[in-house]
Design a protein around this ligand. Structure first.
Ligand SMILES: [Zn+2]
Length: 379
């Protein structure tokens, strides 16, 4: 696949697609072994395949500081969130083995530095709150007290949750090239796709060559719809309502941080590495609760010059079915009032599904609703 020329696609962030996969080095068994959290394992796998290009390992203090203060790496390249490995103490040797929570050794890390960090400061900078009720902050507060920096070499890739949807950046790039796409819009989601988001993705697709539906399948909050159910929703939606030759669906292996604006930038940079020239940013992207303003995740893009990110953000309003317009619309395109719009709260939708009732077709495709009802009935 990689033989296909991909030169006409957007460059990876920093110019080169990183590959930190490699042979298992000699003597791994005798190395000190660190156990990674599932979030850190997600990061490790993304480092391995270049999804986090130009990073080649877990961040050192200079990059970390500048990311916190200025949303840039030490060399000035935009970067919005720390990618760090928390440890309880300094390792003894200059190389350590990295294992998942089950004890499987996945990689080695060549130790560059161990440094302390201020959890409250990181929370304030990255999440705009120090509230331990925020899921990202809560996870941060539970971490070990030091960060271990160094380049990684990954010799055992994580078993993908959805093997049929697993595509590394080199693979999505090759697939886009094979299809002759140049302009590709990426869509991040951690929810089932209802009519509103179908409308956004199709609106975006109208202006480019192809659409990458890139659902996040790493860790999410316990009350988010489970990834397996979502994947089934995407499958029936794509099968029935999207042209196969214009859409690629693949899983985004990241864990959610719920960092709102900063995560929107981070998500966009990662999708650039996957070959997307455009990226959809809706209202309250990567938000949780009421921690972020509705448009914060769109406004944050103004903190960079367009050429710095290269990938083009596409900002969207909340969409709905308007009975008067007789079509999907947003406040940007529909002059009618709320009474004319089909709006269902998340709670209302859950009530309908739990009762085995289909939400109106103006809200959700019946095939998608059927999958969700099935999932509700099983829990
Ligand atoms: Zn209208």
């Amino acid at each position: 696949m990689t033989a296909v020329a991909t030169a006409h696609l957007i460059d990876p962030h920093g110019g080169v697609l990183v590959d930190r996969t490699g042979e298992r080095p000699e003597g791994v068994e005798s190395l000190e072994r660190l156990s990674l959290t599932s979030r850190e394992v997600s990061d490790l796998d993304m480092l391995a395949c270049g999804a986090l290009s130009p990073l080649e390992g877990f961040m050192g203090p200079a990059d970390y500081e500048r990311v916190l203060e200025e949303m840039r790496l030490l060399d000035g390249l935009p970067w919005a969130l720390p990618v760090c490995l928390a440890v309880g103490g300094a390792p003894k040797g200059d190389r350590v083995a990295l294992a998942d929570e089950a004890g499987a050794v996945l990689a080695v890390l060549d130790v560059e530095e161990v440094f302390g960090y201020d959890k409250e400061r990181e929370a304030e900078r990255c999440f705009r709150t120090t509230d331990a009720e925020h899921p990202g902050v809560a996870r941060l507060y539970q971490q070990h007290p030091l960060y271990l920096a160094g380049r990684v070499t990954v010799f055992e890739r994580v078993e993908p949750l959805f093997p049929e949807l697993a595509m590394d950046p080199a693979e999505t790039r090759a697939e886009f090239a094979r299809r002759g796409w140049r302009r590709v819009v990426g869509f991040q989601t951690r929810n089932p796709i209802h009519r509103a988001h179908e409308y956004l993705t199709k609106g975006a697709l109208e202006t480019v060559d192809g659409l990458l539906i890139h659902p996040l399948v790493g860790d999410t909050k316990a009350d988010d719809v489970p990834a397996a159910t979502r994947v089934e929703c995407y499958r029936v939606l794509l099968e029935n309502y999207y042209p196969a030759d214009r859409v690629v669906i693949s899983a985004f292996p990241a864990a959610m941080r719920y960092a709102g604006p900063r995560e929107a930038i981070w998500h966009a940079i990662c999708r650039k590495n996957y070959g997307c020239s455009h990226f959809i940013v809706g209202r309250d992207h990567a938000g949780v609760g009421t921690y972020y303003g509705t448009y914060d995740a769109q406004l944050v893009f103004d903190e960079f010059e367009g050429h710095e990110l290269d990938i083009e953000p596409m900002f969207f309003e909340h969409a709905f079915w308007c009975r008067v317009c007789g079509q999907m619309a947003t406040p940007k395109t529909c002059p009618h009032g709320g009474d004319d719009h089909v709006f269902l709260s998340g709670t209302k939708v859950r009530e309908l599904l739990a009762a085995g009732e289909l939400p109106p077709v103006e809200f959700s495709r019946p095939e998608v609703a059927a999958v969700l009802i099935e999932a509700y009935l099983q829990t």
